[in-house]
Design a protein. Structure first.
Length: 511
């Protein structure tokens, strides 16, 4: 059984922004964590390339949509590699394979008698690629998300019988584990309780889309096509590409991690489409919050868009990961503040974790010939062993329910407690008394061992920092031993040679 996790498939109207980096980093941490637990992970990301929005963006640039999409898709692909995202599949919805899956899926939905021709009238937001519910019927109404005027549409479209699935959708969304967090679930319950309306799945005014078989001037509505990218991604690299291959290759998704603005598509339309096609629905849809900057919505017009690549080149991968994962509770909105960023990185990573490793390994090098001391085990009770085991247990419990900020805080607490232990025991005083050498060995061993566990716990969250800690401890992580087993106390081997010290994290300065 695979564990399938997806980011949204990002529109290629622009390069990645902090919001897309945020979702992708969270998915990456979850994917890495599940792999460490030994699960067979399929981590899917990709791009959503069709529709009016992309068609217009290409037109404005004076190029063909296909060339525009090639260019931006490549930027996304490279971008995720720069961020060291461990994705397994990168799906482009303009690929031939994807088109085959969409057609096959459409045939299934048609065979369920869920498609009919109708007239779609209403106010449309091209930014959202979505009709808006009765906005006071005026062209001056702006989409609250995009702040752009809505457009009036009146055209013949094919419709999907969403209303037929009212009861089934109610049952699915009433399952507490299906939509998280709870506030988002309540929004959707409320929306569905008003009664589901059929929605149009084709367009006659958009040429940049997948043609609907049998209807010359119709292309599939971009959302109908895009959601299927999650399915087609699974078999995207197989020569024999079909819906069945994707289903057998791992469908359904275990978790779709998305922003709160696109929850309806994922938690209502998508399950209904899947049931109609005789397929399993995703196990969970998690709607995270929105990021603001210094308390303000980010936007080109406000001139406050934070370029994630600047952050990456200036501070590196791990500091950005740490801030976004540890400082924002997944599901809530979050704010990016420059000074807070500097403070958090300096306090948590440099002063607490970095300093712990630094001071302990240098004591060990100095007193024990550049080696890890043997564990003398002279105390009856090992306080640090107890604290580390509790932290490991809490971390796993929190991570399993996607409380990544709390899992990160658990690692930080262990580092704080380990520093406290060191301060209490004061090995720098004990070393002056020759009969206290065994006690010093025990203390230093314990602290290094706790640091090893801290490094292991950071593996899914901060992969670079984790491997630096590992190197500084003499490469103690064991590839062949299950991760959970490695998290058990006492596996640091005495006499392990410690390498030359190098700083694992740099302190940041205010701009
Ligand atoms: N193409 C659709 C998704 C199709 S999935 C089959 C789409 N793309 S998007 O590029 O516009 O948005 C991608 C994601 O970015 C969404 O989950 C959206 O919520 C998220 N974000 C956009 N702005 C954001 C912030 N300021 N903060 C956090 N996430 C934000 O929608």
């Amino acid at each position: 059984m695979s564990f399938v996790i997806t980011t949204p498939l990002y529109y290629v109207n622009d390069k990645p922004h902090l919001g897309s980096v945020y979702t992708t980093l969270i998915c990456d941490a979850i994917a890495r964590y599940k792999r460490l637990l030994g699960e067979d992970v399929i981590f899917i990301t990709g791009v959503d390339e069709h529709g009016l929005k992309i068609q217009r963006t290409a037109n404005e640039k004076g190029i063909e949509p296909k060339s525009h999409c090639d260019e931006i898709s490549e930027i996304f692909n490279i971008n995720w590699k720069n961020w060291d995202i461990s994705f397994d599949k990168f799906i482009r919805t303009s690929s031939k394979n994807h088109e085959l899956v969409v057609n096959e899926f459409y045939e299934r939905v048609k065979a369920s008698d869920d498609i009919y021709m109708g007239v779609q009238k209403g106010w449309y937001c091209v930014g959202c690629e979505e009709f808006k519910d009765n906005p006071s019927n005026s062209s001056t109404y702006k989409c609250p998300i995009h702040q752009k005027n809505l457009e009036w549409k009146n055209e013949e479209n094919l419709f999907f019988k969403l209303s037929k699935y009212q009861k089934k959708i109610e049952k699915i969304i009433n399952e507490p584990s299906f939509i998280e967090p709870i506030e988002r679930r309540n929004e959707i319950l409320n929306f569905v309780s008003k009664g589901l309306k059929d929605f149009s799945i084709s367009r006659t005014n958009v040429s940049w889309g997948i043609p609907v078989p049998g209807y010359d001037n119709h292309t599939f509505y971009v959302w109908f096509d895009a959601l299927l990218g999650y399915v087609s991604a699974i078999s995207s690299d197989k020569a024999d590409h079909s819906l069945e291959k994707s289903i057998n290759g791992g469908w359904p998704a275990d978790i779709h991690l998305i922003g709160k603005d696109i929850l309806r598509f994922h938690a209502v339309y998508w399950p209904a489409m899947l049931i109609s096609a005789g397929m399993k629905v995703p196990k969970k849809v998690f709607g995270h919050g929105f990021l603001t900057r210094e308390g303000q919505k980010m936007g080109k017009s406000l001139g406050n868009v934070l370029d994630p690549n600047l952050l990456l080149s200036k501070y590196g991968n791990d500091p950005v990961r740490w801030y976004l994962i540890k400082d924002i509770s997944l599901g809530n909105d979050g704010d990016f503040q420059d000074r807070r960023f500097v403070d958090i990185i300096n306090n948590d990573l440099a002063n607490t974790i970095g300093n712990l490793l630094n001071r302990t390994s240098s004591m060990s090098r100095k007193w024990f010939d550049n080696k890890v001391p043997n564990n003398e085990k002279i105390s009856k009770e090992n306080k640090l062993e107890f604290l580390a085991s509790a932290s490991v247990e809490n971390y796993i419990n929190k991570f399993n329910i996607y409380k990544l900020d709390q899992a990160a805080n658990e690692v930080l607490s262990l580092a704080i407690n380990t520093n406290l232990y060191l301060n209490e025991r004061q090995p720098w005083l004990l070393i002056k008394e020759s009969d206290k050498l065994p006690a010093v060995k025990e203390i230093i061993y314990n602290v290094l061992e706790s640091t090893r566990i801290i490094g292991l716990l950071l593996q899914p969250l901060l992969p670079e920092l984790s491997s630096k800690i590992n190197l500084q401890l003499g490469s103690t992580y064991q590839k062949d031993v299950p991760w959970k087993q490695q998290l058990q106390w006492g596996q640091l081997i005495g006499d392990t040679k410690l390498p030359k010290p190098t700083p694992i994290i740099n302190k940041l300065e205010y701009e």
